[in-house]
Write a protein that binds this ligand. Structure first.
Ligand code: NAI
Length: 261
């Protein structure tokens, strides 16, 4: 547990499912004040708030589309109005879809880039603006992916968005380090969340993914939430511009295991 998180105001985009949900519940258990942005999961979000409240935490929810500038501004305004601050901004909302690149429509490209990259930029910009104005030495966490590093055929828009998140994170880390605002990202490998539900329900596809993970299992959302609370806490006070890979070794060239290569 991280006592420095008690009472901190944490905003999580795409917080109603998967990694966002796990992070919301973990920050709640750390006694942070949690704001959950959701897209269209009004029912699920109520359950998360109840879980947090049962654990003695406090939470609020706000609908919004991260691709829309006015929605991001509204989500941040709701956070400040509800809990009177913003200490930790987690840009987590993201989407993917599989399409061979020669067939990828501009519409699909724009949808993924505007959610995964532009949406994260807007979240960073608005949070940093507020933190600067209020002299808050805050923490920004962007949800990237191992595909900021590993090329991914049929997911060129996704890989491009996450590659963009990496350099955006590093650039903002450099720009705002003098103000004590830390900007980091987490790069998960394959985690058991709704984004992967279809793939993991197919035993053959799941087996193919497992072969890429040296640790031999699909990650749990709680293992990513554990990275997020550390990055947001005082324990990571000197850490900025980092990509924290949480991938069971996926980025360590698993094809070379057992002396191959
Ligand atoms: P998920 O599908 O459960 O979560 C994505 C969330 O983003 C959903 O709650 C969805 O409603 C929300 N969202 C989508 N478009 C939105 C929009 N325009 N505005 C607001 N919210 C929107 O999947 P998961 O796994 O929890 O994904 C969270 C993040 O983690 C994503 O950025 C994803 O790329 C990243 N990630 C996930 C990995 C995994 O294996 N699960 C691996 C690497 C990265």
């Amino acid at each position: 547990m991280y006592p420095s998180l008690e009472g901190k105001v944490v905003l999580i985009t795409g917080g109603a499912t998967g990694l966002g949900k796990a992070m919301a519940e973990r920050f709640g258990a750390e006694k942070a004040k949690v704001v959950i942005n959701y897209f269209n999961e009004e029912q699920e979000v109520q359950g998360i708030i109840e879980t947090i409240e049962k654990a003695g935490g406090i939470a609020s929810a706000i609908q919004g589309d991260v691709t829309k500038e006015e929605d991001i501004k509204g989500i941040i305004a709701h956070t400040i109005k509800t809990f009177d601050s913003l200490d930790v901004m987690i840009n987590n909302a993201g989407i993917e879809n599989e399409v061979p690149s020669e067939e990828l429509t501009l519409e699909d490209w724009n949808k993924v880039i505007s959610t995964n990259l532009t949406g994260q930029f807007l979240g960073c910009r608005e949070a940093i603006d507020y933190m600067l104005e209020n002299k808050i030495k805050g923490s920004i966490i962007n949800m990237s992916s191992v595909h900021q590093e590993i090329p991914w055929p049929h997911f060129v828009h996704y890989a491009a968005s996450k590659g963009g998140v990496k350099l955006m994170t590093e650039t903002l880390a450099l720009e705002f380090a003098p103000h004590g605002i830390r900007v980091n990202c987490i790069a998960p490998g394959a985690i058991d969340t709704p984004i992967n539900a279809e793939k993991f329900s197919d035993p053959e596809l799941k087996k193919g993914v497992l072969e890429l993970i040296p640790m031999g299992y699909i990650g749990k959302p709680e293992e990513i939430a554990a990275c997020a609370v550390w990055l947001a806490s005082k324990e990571a006070s000197y850490v900025t511009g980092l990509t924290l890979y949480a991938d069971g070794g996926m980025t360590q060239y698993p094809g070379f295991q057992a002396g191959k290569g």
